[in-house]
Design a protein around this ligand. Sequence first.
Ligand code: SF4
Length: 484
Amino acid sequence: MNQETDRNKDIDEKLQGEATIIKSTMKPNGRKLYVESYGCAMNFSDSEVVASIMTKKGYTTTGNIDEADIVLINTCSIRENAEDRVRKRLTNFKNRKKRQPDLIVGILGCMAERLKTKLLEEEKLVDLVAGPDAYRDLPGLIDEVGTGQKAVNVLLSRDETYADISPIRLDKSGITGFVSITRGCDNMCSFCVVPFTRGRERSRDPQTIYNECDELFKNGYREVTLLGQNVDSYRWNMTSKGEIKDDTKPTTNFAQLMGSVAIISPDLRIRFSTSHPKDMSDEVLETIAKHDNICNSIHLPIQSGNTEVLKRMNRGYSREWYLDRIAAIHRIIPGCAITTDIITGFCDETEDEHRDTMTILKEVKWDFAYMYKYSERPKTLAERRFEDNVTEEVKSARLTEIIDLQRNNSAKKNLKQIGKVHKVLIEGPSKRSDIHMSGRNDHNTKVVFPMKNSKKGNYVLVKITDCTTATLLGEIIEIIDPAK
Ligand code: SF4
């Protein structure tokens, strides 16, 4: 998604470097594909689209890189260290090609779009480059590589949403799935590379979104996350006859889309990511309040608590506006969990401006925050307009202050949950123990508990008995849905 989608750390943890394993239903062509995803949930979702496109052309996918004929790396450009990680990985593949000369290595996603032919021509790290809107062209690009050519397609589209492609799911949990509802972003936040790597914002046909969520539910999934760089600006303005309606009045907005997905089943949980403070409407909040199965959890990136910094970031809202949206959430959805993203050390950030971020941390008391030092990205508005002039030392010191305060806030929130009962959707066994299960509550907090007779996909009531700063620990008191 952006600096914002990148916040989905738990998702990232699951996905980084993760291979997508899919069973082909088409006649295989004997060639095996290994896909590795880095970065945000959007990339993960895109890898499933890629897997679907390739499977239709007869490729089979594998989770074992040693048997792959084609390796595709879906990449992230959000920070320099994300790119460094991918470069390191590509260098490994370069060495591998010495042993396996016919191995095809391709790069997809934001890094492909940002660097275009550089990795191919100058650094000779890959055979193929495909930007986020060029995935339908992948089989053709692979054929081109087969004829000895270097293949590139980084054209950005104004209307590609892959709406008609039914993604092939990463068959790991089979319980939670991502569904893309928009692509690209029109916001031009000055620190962000996304508008350049993913192009203009496009909304996907609501019927295809509904169908995909419905199919997931029928296949046993119990949670969908509606994904977009800025989900609140989702707007579909085609009539049922395929005519474009008056652009100022969408036939479906985000609140309506979410409401339509929520009625698929009360047992299907709905989440969404990411909201933008300037676009999050009361109608969206009222829709969340109306449907029990839309999770009471909102990720609302603030980035800075100072209005002047927000102006330099081109965020389109002030500190006061953000606080007004927080007040609206508390008014309409009492008890809703709120999380955020914070960037510290943005260009020209003074000590007083940093203090404003500290005071807003005390005021809002987010449940959780993803906190970063500013990392300048090439070609962004900030790179062109401002100097990255806060020293690393100051950035680090400010980040430490922010993290300490936020950790304290998160710990206090979690401590308050001890003794309370939470409805949890079980995602599978805990990573750290064979006898424990792990899932998430309505607030998107991880909950770990002894498994008893519970299974993946069950909804259970868990009484919280202890906590860490990021996880709640407890005991099952009831298995609500033992049938799955
Ligand atoms: S430009 Fe702003 S709203 Fe758009 S993806 Fe980047 S950070 Fe998010």
